[in-house]
Design a binder for this molecule. Structure first.
Ligand code: ATP
Ligand code: MG
Length: 575
């Protein structure tokens, strides 16, 4: 490809509306341009990286036996009503009507469409296992689209759906996809982890997320420093502390705590550590249900654990009015003792062993000290409600401690069981001619998000450092002085030779100063750069620069070509 005839609109300045590095660099490198919030044009260079990654995904899906197809992005409401998600999916589902007033949505995912297809086409156990995948554009009306391709509203996803005769066959399909995902992200040269995850609105029984490790990641994940346990913090299990207060219970006492509304303020004021206090929170389902959650003062509530334990579809903090109605007190002084209206009380395992604690007295500027479970207040249910923190004991092994990381979720695999097949009545006939429900799995990878995550993980102050497998070009040939016919002729010959060896080359033939060319080639992240100038050519030599290490080799032309071939070959080979 000739740089002068191509379209790479690089920017010198960092765009002010781009918060994360990958977004800034994708704009500066001329890979993407915004059309509307969360909706982007993929410019030629960006598209090349996207296509590279898609091809890796496609190869690994095919290798794992999945079959490619393509489903529409416009989906009829009826299917979503059948699955129950027309109401459940909420505002992320972009809905509209056609000229006949029939309702449709832009597909945010395709469980309904594929299950509808399969219930019509797959009739016998002989047709399974089967796994269909597509690489297709999704639309989710995200509340806060941000970070460029990382959280768009329109974005490209690979989604696959497996269908099996029973749960154990479905487990095998799941394992195959899990292995394929491992290969995909390893082939891209990314540092990542597969972690246990919550199943969210997709549903199902178990799932793993694939997380690219990056400081800017939106997800907090934990892993054990001793065993294989790794999980999203949303899901990570807390092992209850063995705190067991064997002290005598002291009499309950009311104390004035003027304006001390936070746990830290109250603990400070009373001269107690915050783990001797109890945090009281009130949540609502949004449809009238209320619940009180109790945690140790130094712990944080995990809303997903609370929501899952209640089987609510939505969860939000109760309003001030709701709280006033239940407790008679403003926020900051809530507690489980003396409620005006009885509501269920759920407590974290961590408060089980506590004695003589501090709780709000449901009265402005007042707390109780020496509050004791059973004697002073009752709890309906104890469950694991809190977020784990760094240093917590591993829930799986005896000796391990949990470490925290930041990650970007690039892939997600789910065991769906019969959630969608039951709702849509997708059945098959078994060997005895009996009708049975299909078992499903679904498997997504964010295509644009993975490319963005790769940049988030691989960049320096000069720009992107693409891993070779997803770089838009493997190599550039930079001619230093385009007015020098000898240099241009030699550079052109090298360009042709490299292309002949299967190397994807960007030939920087622009009539620009060397400094400008070096800057652009670094910014757009070309992994290998060959620099050709008259001085070197006089000795029959050229420079080869490795973008990642900054290493520069001065080599005879044929050796330089061989070296580049070898570097590209070894990075693309994956067995
Ligand atoms: P998130 O929690 O980040 O919103 P999700 O759990 O909603 O993700 P899935 O429904 O599992 O995502 O979708 C599969 C994959 O699609 C995700 O792992 C992610 O890589 C990608 N993806 C999801 N939402 C977006 C988005 N708004 N923009 C870009 N990629 C996305
Ligand atoms: Mg989402």
């Amino acid at each position: 490809m000739l740089y002068s005839r191509y379209f790479i609109p690089t920017l010198k300045e960092t765009p002010s509306d781009a918060e994360v590095v990958s977004h800034q660099l994708m704009l500066r490198a001329g890979m993407i341009r915004k059309l509307a919030a969360g909706i982007y044009n993929y410019l030629p260079l960006g598209l090349r990286s996207i296509r590279k990654f898609e091809n890796i995904v496609r190869e690994e899906m095919n290798r794992a036996g999945a079959i490619e197809m393509l489903m529409p992005s416009v989906q009829p409401a009826e299917l979503w009503q059948e699955s129950g998600r027309w109401t459940f999916y909420g505002k992320e589902l972009l809905r509209f009507k056609d000229r006949k007033e029939s309702e449709f949505c832009m597909g945010p995912t395709h469980e309904e469409v594929i299950t509808d297809l399969v219930r019509r086409e797959i009739k016998s156990y002989r047709q399974m296992p089967v796994n269909f995948y597509q690489i297709q554009t999704k639309f989710r009306d995200e509340i806060r689209p941000r970070f460029g391709l990382m959280r768009g509203r329109e974005f490209i996803m690979k989604d696959a759906y497996s269908f099996d005769v029973d749960g154990s066959a479905a487990d095998e399909s799941y394992d195959k996809m899990y292995q394929a995902y491992m290969r995909i992200f390893e082939r891209c040269g990314l540092k990542f982890r597969a972690v246990e995850a919550d199943t969210g609105s997709i549903g199902g029984s178990s799932s793993h997320e694939f997380m690219v490790l990056a400081e800017s990641g939106e997800d907090a994940i934990v892993s054990c420093d001793s065993c294989h346990y790794a999980a999203n913090v949303e899901k990570a299990e807390a092992r209850p502390d063995q705190l067991d207060d064997k002290v005598a219970q002291l009499p309950l006492e009311k104390v004035a705590t003027p304006d001390k509304k936070t746990i830290a303020d109250v603990a400070d004021f009373l001269g107690l550590p915050s783990d001797r206090t109890i945090k009281t929170l009130i949540y609502t389902s949004g449809t009238g249900d209320l619940v009180m959650a109790l945690l140790r003062g130094d712990h944080e509530l995990n809303e997903i654990k609370l929501k899952n334990s209640l089987c609510w579809e939505e969860i939000q903090m109760a309003s001030e009015e709701q709280i006033m109605a239940v407790t008679g007190s403003p926020i900051g002084f809530l507690g489980p003792i003396g409620l005006k209206v009885k509501i269920p009380i759920i407590a974290d395992l961590g408060i089980q062993g506590l004695a003589n604690t501090v709780v709000g007295a449901n009265e402005k500027d007042v707390h109780f000290t020496n509050a004791n479970l059973e004697r002073d207040f009752q709890v309906d249910r104890f469950i694991d409600l809190r977020n784990v923190v760094s240093g917590d004991a591993c829930p799986r092994c005896e000796q391990g401690k949990l470490e925290m990381w930041r990650g970007i979720e690039v892939g997600h695999v789910f065991k769906l069981g019969t959630k969608y097949s039951k709702a849509l009545n997708a059945t098959y006939l078994d060997a005895d001619g009996k009708e049975q429900i299909l078992f499903m799995g679904c498997y997504g990878i964010g295509i644009g998000r993975t490319v963005a995550a790769a940049i988030e993980q691989n960049h320096d102050k000069n720009g992107i450092i693409f891993p070779i497998p997803i770089a838009p070009f493997h190599c550039s040939v930079v001619a230093l002085n385009t007015k020098d016919k000898g240099v241009m002729a030699e550079a052109e010959e090298i360009y042709f030779k490299l292309e002949k060896c299967g190397i994807e080359v960007l030939f920087d033939d622009r009539d620009e100063r060397p400094g400008v060319k070096f800057k652009d080639n670094d910014l757009i992240g070309i992994p290998l750069q060959m620099v050709i100038g008259s001085k070197g050519l006089a000795e029959g030599k050229v420079e080869v620069k490795i973008r990642k290490t900054g290493e520069v080799l001065f080599l005879p032309i044929e050796d330089a070509i061989a070296h580049i071939q070898q570097l590209v070959g070894s990075s693309l080979n994956y067995e």
